[in-house]
Design a binder for this molecule. Structure first.
Ligand code: URA
Length: 236
């Protein structure tokens, strides 16, 4: 049960103050009858509230899959740059955040939700959830790199060791610019780029393809997003 004003504010109708005003103005109703008390308790799982005659179904959680485009920041707010949240026009909840960051120049799968427990399960290094990346790398990637990544790489700067967990590197094509697929189970800062830098190579294109059971929908162009299906949510 939640308060009527919270119900409407959570669904993005306005701030708590604004929705209180709308309620007093008689713009909020249930089953055709105006509800005039902001403190009225609503069973958000059963009742459906209307605002200006439009039904507003309550969503406790929202889950979006985005194909993040390059040039956009994986943050909730940024003074200068556009963020992934700026791209989601259909959202109801104001408390959405990206579950795990991708660099500004990285593309691909990003889960955007307000489900903190789920995000924690996906991102915690102890949970060993696979993150799969497709990359183009300047330099010839060799079987020796595969071995080095399998054993874990020290990506620490200077004296400080920062060893990655074993990672699976698949060479798709080796050449002056190689294409690879890399599976890691952590999300250290710039991890993929730093792993390749350790072998003297530069990542020139990076895209996340999968996180655990969640696979980037191939029909989403960079910048596009969709809600997760029930099955995808269950899978996570
Ligand atoms: N590793 C990186 O280096 N960058 C990303 O955006 C994600 C993983």
């Amino acid at each position: 049960m939640i308060r009527l004003d919270k119900y409407l504010a959570d669904m993005g109708i306005g701030t708590r103050q604004e929705v209180k005003k709308y309620i007093r103005q008689g713009r909020v109703s249930a089953g055709g009858a105006a509800l005039k008390k902001p403190e009225l308790k609503i069973d958000e799982t059963k009742e459906c509230i209307a605002f200006d005659g439009q039904e507003i179904r309550y969503a406790a959680y929202e889950y979006y899959m985005m194909n993040k485009p390059a040039g956009v920041i994986s943050a909730t707010r940024d003074g200068r740059d556009r963020t992934v949240l700026d791209l989601i026009e259909s959202r109801k909840r104001k408390d959405l955040f990206p579950a795990g960051r991708l660099d500004k120049d990285t593309e691909g799968l990003l889960l955007i939700t307000n489900d903190g427990a789920l995000a924690h399960r996906l991102l915690s290094p102890e949970k060993h959830v696979d993150k799969v990346y497709y990359a183009r790398v300047r330099g010839i990637v060799t079987d020796e790199d595969v071995r080095i990544f399998r054993e874990g790489v020290d990506i620490g700067a200077g004296e400080e060791e920062e060893r990655t967990r074993p990672a699976k590197l698949e060479i798709i094509e080796s050449g002056p610019v190689s294409t690879v697929r890399l599976t890691i189970q952590e999300g250290k800062f710039h991890q993929v780029k730093r792993m390749f830098a350790c072998t003297g190579k530069e990542v020139v294109y990076l895209k996340r393809e999968r996180m655990g059971s969640l696979v980037l929908d191939a029909s989403l162009n960079p910048g596009e997003y969709r809600r997760l299906t029930e099955e995808e949510i269950r899978g996570l």
